[in-house]
Write a protein that binds this ligand. Sequence first.
Ligand code: PAF
Length: 273
Amino acid sequence: MIVAHTLQEFLQSRSQLQNHSVALVPTMGALHEGHIAVIKKAKELSHYCIVTIFVNQLQFDQLDDYLRYPKTEENDIRLLEKNQVDLVWLPKAHDIYSKNFCTRIVIEGPALNWEGAVRKGHFSGVATLVNRLFSLIKPTIACFGEKDWQQLQVIKRMVEDLNIPVTIFGVPIVREKNGLAKSSRNKFLTPDEHEKASLLYKTLQNSYKKIQNNQNISKVLEEAVQTLESEGFKVDYYAAVNSNTMTELRKWCQDGRLIAAAKLGSVRLIDNM
Ligand code: PAF
C-alpha cells in the first residue's frame, strides 16, 4: 500500500494506477468495521482502491465537534494495509483548499431538511470536499456508507446535476451486537449510554413493523419520539421520507425510509432503516 501525504506525492502515486477502474472511499479516519465494509465493496467493484483520510472542517457547524473528532491515524493505516487498499491519501487542508479557494457547492432538494436543517452548511461542506476529491482523484466509482443516508442522496444528486463521471454506490450499515450503527463517535459514549443507544435502532425497527401493519404514520412517529425522549434522548428529527428525494411522507410507499437523529449525553447519533 502506498501512503501519500502531500498533493504532489498523491498525484505521482495516482498516475501509477492507470488503465483500470479506480474506486474512491472518502473517510474522515477513526476507521471501524463500517468503513471496512465500504472498502470491501469498493474492492469488489473496482481494480484499484483509494482511501482518503481528511477531517473536513468545512462540513462541521460546531468548532468543538471538529476539534474533538477522533484521530487514530496509525491504527487507520494499519487497518487499510491489512485490507489491501492500494493507495491512502492523508491530505492537509491546503492540499484540498488552496489559499485563494472560494468556491462552494450548494445543493437544495435532498439537502434542505433533516441534517441540512439542523447542521447549517453541513452538506455544502461535504459536497464541496467530495467534488474537489473527485476532480483531483478522478475515480471511476465512489462508495459511501448508508448510515449517512441523506449524505448519500445529496452526493448522488450532485453527481447527476453536475454530470460528474463517477458512479456512486451505497454500502449497508454495519451494526454493533446490540444493533447500534457503527460510528466513529460511538467511542464517546459511556458504557451505560452505549447500551442505551441501541434503543434508537430498536425504536426504528418497532416503528417499521407498526407501519407495515398499516398503523397511522404520524402516530407511529410521535410514539417513537416519546419513547426515546422518555429514555433521555434529545431527538432532532424522527421521520418517514422518500428514500431519494428525502421529502417527508404522510403515507408509506415502497420507496419509504425511516430516518432519525438524536443526542444521547454528548453524542449525536443518526440511523435509518
Ligand atoms: O461520511 C464522511 O465520513 C464524510 O462526510 C465524508 C464523505 C468523508 C466527507 O468528509
